[in-house]
Design a protein around this ligand. Structure first.
Ligand SMILES: *[C@@H]1O[C@H](CO)[C@@H](O)[C@H](O)[C@H]1NC(C)=O
Ligand SMILES: *[C@@H]1O[C@H](CO)[C@@H](O)[C@H](O)[C@H]1NC(C)=O
Ligand SMILES: *[C@@H]1O[C@H](CO)[C@@H](O)[C@H](O)[C@H]1NC(C)=O
Length: 409
């Protein structure tokens, strides 16, 4: 595959498609390329970039800080100290200070460990993942990963073990068209992590992320259920089937659900028929809604485009919102407004206040996008890509943000 290439997409797409045409992918795999979508400047065309990428600067946030308060991250409470949200002290990662500003309001969080891209040398560290797990476990009981390179499955499971927090993980295998080795490599490290850590903290295994979106666009199609779409689906289904065989070989065929994630309008029916669950990216930002209208838009889109169609399939895959959120900034001024509202902390707050507790009450399973700002995306893709975090890249709760106090089921 070529390293980087562009393809223009017609602007005549339905609003929903664009909308969900989601956000770039979070994670990305390996030495191969991954298709990523980048919003072009306002009023101009949208371009699709296929690239490999990534870079992550290792913000070696030195730990420092204060005393531990002894409890292990179960309920909220406690001290919430100074500017650093959480930190380990002593050598026991299960003893860490709880931040009183954090509440387990989220059904789930989308997470990519810093430095989990092999192209940049795999700089992920257990120390950083432990910090992340300490923070995330104060916000939710579920996280999802996108891929398995750079040892991220084991790092996360090891961090959960050491911190003793109540956290379930949806592991991920980031499938890349034309690079079957990427799938196989990830499958093998996932298998090894399962053998090492067991299944207690594994809620599912997601095979493929935005694979259909990238596949149909690369093949100049818009329809995931076209003949072209079915060709892409066959690649995914082969990997999904292989993953089930791997789990069956561990006698876990019925224990760990196997799913797939994609942009909300890009699910192929045959893929949905092959999985236990589907995870859908649903982003009001890319549908150009206002921040005030975002929660309603997301809820309706997910219900109509994903939940209802999935319920008609004989296997009735459970549908999740894989990503939803609101950006707080943009690398360039041109992308700092989507035509409806600004990318800002104030508008992320609006979305938090109108979506999170309401979705919890409605029983909508969602992964908030995302845990923290991913600096490499800002460098590589610009726009709002690097600004979706609840925490900033230094793992500090964004200034001015208030986490809802409801507790997710
Ligand atoms: C959203 O607004 C941008 C900038 O004006 C525009 O390029 C894009 O086509 C719009 N998207 C939709 C789905 O309306
Ligand atoms: C936060 O971390 C920084 C850098 O490690 C440190 O200098 C500072 O004292 C810490 N602040 C608190 C309140 O712990
Ligand atoms: C992967 O992470 C686990 C947990 O920290 C560690 O035991 C193992 O050695 C790591 N493997 C590699 C190849 O880094």
């Amino acid at each position: 595959m070529a390293d980087v290439h562009y393809q223009s997409i017609g602007m005549s797409n339905a609003l929903e498609k664009q909308a969900v045409r989601s956000r770039r992918s979070k994670y990305i795999v390996i030495g191969s390329l991954v298709a990523i979508i980048v919003l072009a400047a306002i009023g101009t065309a949208v371009g699709v970039v296929v690239s490999k990428n990534h870079k992550s600067t290792n913000t070696s946030a030195a730990s420092s800080s204060s005393g531990s308060s002894g409890s292990n991250g179960d309920s909220s409470t406690t001290s919430g100290g100074g500017s650093n949200s959480s930190s380990t002290s002593s050598n026991d990662p299960s003893k860490f200070e709880l931040d009183s500003r954090l509440h387990k309001a989220f059904y789930g969080l989308a997470y990519t460990p810093e430095g989990s891209l092999p192209d940049y040398g795999c700089s992920s560290t257990l120390e950083n993942v432990i910090k992340d797990v300490q923070l995330m476990s104060q916000l939710t009981t579920r996280i999802r990963l996108y891929g398995a390179d750079c040892n991220q499955s084991a790092l996360v499971l090891e961090a959960i073990k050491q911190t003793k927090v109540d956290l379930q993980v949806f592991l991920g295998n980031f499938v890349v068209d034309g690079d079957e080795g990427a799938y196989t490599r990830q499958r093998d490290v996932i298998k090894s992590a399962i053998q090492t850590y067991g299944v207690d903290h594994i809620a599912g295994l997601t095979v493929g992320n935005e694979f259909m979106l990238n596949y149909v666009i690369e093949h100049n199609s818009q329809d995931p259920n076209s003949a072209i779409g079915d060709e892409g689906a066959a690649i995914l289904i082969k990997d999904i089937t292989d993953t089930r065989e791997m789990l069956a070989s561990l006698n876990l065929g019925k224990t760990i659900p196997v799913g797939n994630s994609d942009a909300g309008s890009y699910f192929n029916t045959k893929v949905l028929e092959a999985v236990d669950y589907g995870m859908s990216n649903v982003h009001a930002w890319f549908a150009n809604t206002t921040a005030q209208a975002a929660a309603g838009w997301v809820t309706n889109f997910f219900e109509e485009t994903n939940v209802q169609p999935a319920a008609l399939l004989s296997n009735k895959p459970k549908m999740y919102i894989a990503e939803t959120g609101w950006p707080t900034g943009s690398k360039d001024i041109g992308n700092a407004n989507n035509g409806g509202s600004d990318a800002s902390v104030a508008n992320l707050q609006v979305f938090l206040d109108t979506f999170v507790c309401q979705a919890n009450t409605a029983g909508i399973p969602y992964f908030f996008f995302e845990y923290f700002d991913e600096e490499w995306k800002d460098a590589k893709y610009g726009g709002v890509e690097g600004y979706w975090g609840v925490f900033d890249k230094e793992r500090k709760l964004k200034e001015g943000l208030t986490i809802p106090t409801c507790i997710s089921p």
